[in-house]
Design a binder for this molecule. Sequence first.
Ligand SMILES: Nc1ncnc2c1ncn2[C@@H]1O[C@H](COP(=O)(O)OP(=O)(O)OP(=O)(O)O)[C@@H](O)[C@H]1O
Ligand SMILES: [Mg+2]
Length: 241
Amino acid sequence: MNSHQGSRSGNEPLLLVEGVGKTYVTGDEDLPVLTNVSLRLEPGEILAITGESGSGKSKLLNLIAGLDVPTRGTILSAGYAVHRLSEEELTQYRARSVGLILQFHYLLKDFTALENVMLPAYMAGMPRARALERAAELLGQVNLSDRSSHYPLQLSGGERQRVAVARSLVNDPALILADEPTGNLDERNSRNVEELLLELVRLHRKSLLLVTHDQGFAARAGNRLHLDKGELVRVVGREPR
Ligand SMILES: Nc1ncnc2c1ncn2[C@@H]1O[C@H](COP(=O)(O)OP(=O)(O)OP(=O)(O)O)[C@@H](O)[C@H]1O
Ligand SMILES: [Mg+2]
């Protein structure tokens, strides 16, 4: 095990969220967003989280990504105790152990598709040639080899999301966190991004926590949890494939 990681042993879950709450204080009012969230994700597992707008799905993902700190509870992810990391450790955790895909792609507009995918690897210390080679391979896996020298503004919404999928994998993170990755796309592009994301996650044996409004996507992804009144409820039954 690498020294930067905690003591995750073979049979521990990849992600263990226990009793997590997040409350905002505005003026003299407490606004609880998440009250008591617990979940576990095994290596290679795909878990979809659905919930009404405003139910706290993005907030939960941000807490797991270490972009925000919970008011209470614990988050153990890829051997890191995410809820109590220093800034330096957080940077390391985010760079090495999680791949993020958001609803709005947030690609860097002055860099080509290929550069966008290679940059996180290059910044993490991978030699430039190796990072470019890996980025090109991943772009091929999302069927964008012929768009590698295009800038984000020259790509369609679906193509940008596919670049974001490729980029999320470049540092070989154990965990992919996707927040509405198809939220802004039409039906055909949604399906395309959905299929590529699930295919790549399985191919690279990653764990995926997927937040989506799309019940069909959630059902096709794997196990499902529903966020309601700040807590997670297991969804039983599956929709037809
Ligand atoms: N900094 C903040 N201060 C106060 N309230 C906040 C803050 N950030 C988020 N919230 C509230 O937390 C709640 C959950 O927000 P979140 O973005 O997680 O919802 P969501 O489930 O992702 O919704 P959507 O499906 O629309 O993306 C919202 O009601 C939001 O207003
Ligand atoms: Mg959201």
